[in-house]
Design a protein around this ligand. Structure first.
Ligand code: PMP
Length: 368
């Protein structure tokens, strides 16, 4: 349907079939004579979308009945403060693993509600690795992790065992690989990567963890109230949830999370192999902690970076520039990105090396 290779970090590529079905529903939803944009969230038709989306989340991630699935708003950024507002006051402090830009944001927001213990940080290595061997205080309310660091390109491969409740921001790798939900007490994720369009925030929470909160909270920040109301305490993001449903049906039809993980690993392997081979480029993250969703790397120098960005743009490659504070390149390999797009990028990196060899490198342009 589209002619571009979309490597954007989010909102990101969605499957073409999902986009065309969503487009049809905007005009006329299932022949109802109404657009999906104008149906009541209390209509039985939309209630069945909510139910179906929840069933798909439970099925694809094997979420047990002892957990609630919530569809909220405000993005993952609202969860940074909501998690702390609910759970931090239950204990003396909460523990955070500082693995990059988004963990730092979570840490800052938690600070409004109590003491924050930073159990480990990779700041000293410009967030190019995931710290290990850290201790969590026995009286900590929870340990907060960021499973995939979207900007820095690192990912936690196996989650630490701790006696404290585990809270995880999975915004950029949920549904991309198999996880064991039972290892966690609360998982949250903004929708705009592997779930669907921006607007909905997914929360999967252990009921006993939610029930451990005894203090009163403003309604929209109280997980217990949102759970009691089936994520309909106020008007939910109808369109975002509807398209998430379509996207999760797509994922199920691809063979589910197990199959998509195989494909995602194949895409990442192909790209990292070229980064490691090509003398013009260098991977940014410690090899053992490399992300399979967001691949970050640098070029030899500034001029090589600029020239590659120009060439890639000419060839219809979108969203490959690294986050401004990091520089270089970031290639996002979300579920809907086909292997062919990664092949096209790798071919371009090989071609670029040949051009560089022919030119004797890249010199800054001289303007007369
Ligand atoms: N956490 C991570 C890991 C992210 O990648 C992002 C950005 N998508 C956020 C949090 C913030 O998400 P949002 O924009 O939905 O608030």
């Amino acid at each position: 349907m589209f002619k571009k290779h979309n490597f954007g970090a989010g909102p990101c590529i969605l499957p073409p079939t999902v986009i065309s079905e969503a487009a049809k529903a905007v005009i006329d939803w299932n022949g109802s004579g109404l657009s999906i944009l104008e149906v009541s969230h209390r209509s039985p038709e939309f209630e069945s979308v909510m139910t179906k989306t929840e069933v798909l989340v439970r099925e694809l991630l094997k979420v047990p009945d002892s957990f609630s699935v919530l569809f909220l708003q405000g993005g993952a950024s609202t969860q940074f403060s909501m998690v702390a507002a609910n759970f931090l006051p239950v204990s003396a402090r909460a523990s955070y693993l500082d693995t990059g830009f988004f963990s730092q944001k979570a840490i800052k927001e938690a600070g409004f509600f109590g003491e924050v213990e930073i159990v480990g940080s990779s700041r000293d290595g410009e967030y190019s690795y995931i710290p290990d061997n850290f201790e969590v205080s026995p009286d900590s309310a929870y340990l907060h992790l960021t499973s995939n660091n979207t900007i820095e390109g690192t990912q936690i491969s196996s989650f630490p065992r701790t006696s404290r409740p585990l809270v995880c921001d999975m915004s950029s790798d949920i549904f991309s690989r198999e996880i064991n939900v039972c290892e966690f007490d609360l998982i949250y994720a903004g929708a705009q990567k592997n779930i669907g369009p921006a607007g909905m925030t997914l929360v999967i929470a252990r009921n006993s963890f939610l029930d451990s909160v005894k203090h009163a909270l403003p309604s929209m920040s109280d997980y217990r109230i949102l759970r009691e109301n089936g994520s309909m305490f106020n008007t939910p993001p109808v369109f975002s949830i509807y398209v998430a449903m379509l996207n999760l049906i797509w994922l199920k039809n691809q063979g589910g999370v197990r199959e998509i993980e195989i494909r995602n690993r194949k895409k990442a392997k192909l790209l990292y192999a070229e980064i490691d081979r090509n003398p013009l480029f260098k991977g940014r993250s410690n090899a053992a902690h490399r992300s399979i969703m967001n691949v970050t790397f640098m070029a030899r120098d500034e001029i090589t970076t600029t020239e590659f960005l120009k060439l890639a743009e000419k060839r219809g490659m979108v969203g490959i520039r690294g986050y401004r504070a990091v520089g270089g390149f970031r290639i996002s390999l979300y579920n809907a990105l086909p292997l062919e797009s990664v092949r096209a990028l790798v071919d371009l990196m090989i071609e670029f090396e040949k051009i560089s060899l022919m030119n004797g490198g890249f010199a800054p342009e001289v303007h007369s």
